[in-house]
Design a protein around this ligand. Structure first.
Ligand SMILES: NC(=O)c1ccc[n+]([C@@H]2O[C@H](COP(=O)([O-])OP(=O)(O)OC[C@H]3O[C@@H](n4cnc5c(N)ncnc54)[C@H](OP(=O)(O)O)[C@@H]3O)[C@@H](O)[C@H]2O)c1
Length: 280
């Protein structure tokens, strides 16, 4: 499954929508500290944002920033009319309570879909902002016409930003969903039943060929930096009998960014009252 090609198409659509929007659209990203992986993600998001014509504000704060200083910045961005979307890159440095910061983001501007109101709306089946990675997973499955209704979908990983929302999106599309995690007793037994398998763990090669049903659609969300470059959670040999497999890199990564751009337009529409945010 070619995430790079689909993401490029979505970015073109977003650029057209941004140009047609009656006013400029703004996205503020906030990076606290100097985690190298987060720095790369922010750089890629910032570049893609500018390329589609969204006004990007790339805010960098030192690792010594206090929770109160960050909360003050979030409050300023909430009140700033030129900012439609706010993305606070996680993880935050030790000493800052992540949930307090997340709770402080205006749910209408929460393009990462991490505010509890947006998470709850997804649970309720009336989603507003949803995290970009699981949205990208669903967009790829749809692009390749993978049948979800009634399918056995297995999601490995239960984080708030990937595993749980991916499972909910699949459930809302009428898949029979199993969520696996570090305490799952027999991971291979669970994954072997999957027609759709989403691996979002961060352990290279945790999904081996013997764990995948022939013809299954396999989405590899995992990203781990190794001496050999970026690798996913799925062993490359799985490609030999999977029906579909996303490459790493070039699969879910570019989709995550494309969906963030779409969410920024959605945020602008909520704020312009073109769209009703179901929790507002
Ligand atoms: N491509 C992209 O754009 C993109 C975006 C986001 C994340 N990612 C990547 O996706 C991966 C997951 O990200 P995340 O933020 O969800 O990570 P996370 O918060 O660390 O969650 C990892 C999940 O994997 C589970 N897990 C760990 N070891 C396991 C094992 N041996 N067997 C089964 N499950 C196991 C954990 O279970 P417990 O809950 O029991 O601990 C947890 O639920 C990472 O590699 C990350 O870099 C990629």
């Amino acid at each position: 499954m070619d995430g790079k090609a689909l993401a490029a198409r979505i970015r073109e659509e977003v650029a057209r929508e941004v140009a047609a929007f009656p006013r400029p659209i703004g996205l503020a990203t906030v990076l606290v500290g100097d985690d190298p992986a987060s720095e790369v993600y922010i750089r890629l998001k910032h570049k893609a944002t500018l390329e589609v014509g969204i006004e990007a504000r790339d805010l960098r704060l030192p690792a010594t920033t206090s929770e109160q200083e960050l909360l003050t910045l979030v409050a300023e961005l909430n009140a700033d009319d030129a900012v439609d979307g706010i993305l606070v890159q996680l993880p935050l440095p030790d000493g800052i309570d992540e949930s307090r910061v997340i709770n402080a983001i205006d749910p209408l501007k929460d393009v990462d879909g991490i505010h509890p109101l947006n998470a709850g709306l997804l649970l309720a089946g009336t989603p507003a902002h949803v995290p970009g990675t699981p949205l990208g997973v669903l967009a790829l499955l749809d692009e390749y016409d993978v049948e979800l209704r009634g399918a056995n979908a297995v999601v490995v990983g239960r984080s708030d930003i990937v595993g749980k929302p991916a499972a909910l999106l699949l459930l809302h599309r009428h898949a029979t969903v199993t969520i696996c995690h570090s305490r799952t007793r027999d991971l291979a037994a669970e994954t072997s039943r999957a027609d759709v398998l989403v691996a979002a763990v961060g352990v290279p090669g945790i999904v081996q060929p013997g764990m995948v049903k022939a013809g299954a659609a396999v989405i590899d969300v995992g990203l781990t930096r190794t001496d050999a470059g970026l690798v996913g959670d799925v062993a490359p040999e799985v490609a030999q009998h999977a029906g579909f497999l996303t490459p790493v890199p070039g699969g879910v990564g570019p989709m995550t960014i494309a969906m963030l751009l779409q969410s920024t337009i959605r945020a602008a529409r909520y704020r312009a009252l073109e769209l009703a945010h179901p929790g507002a």
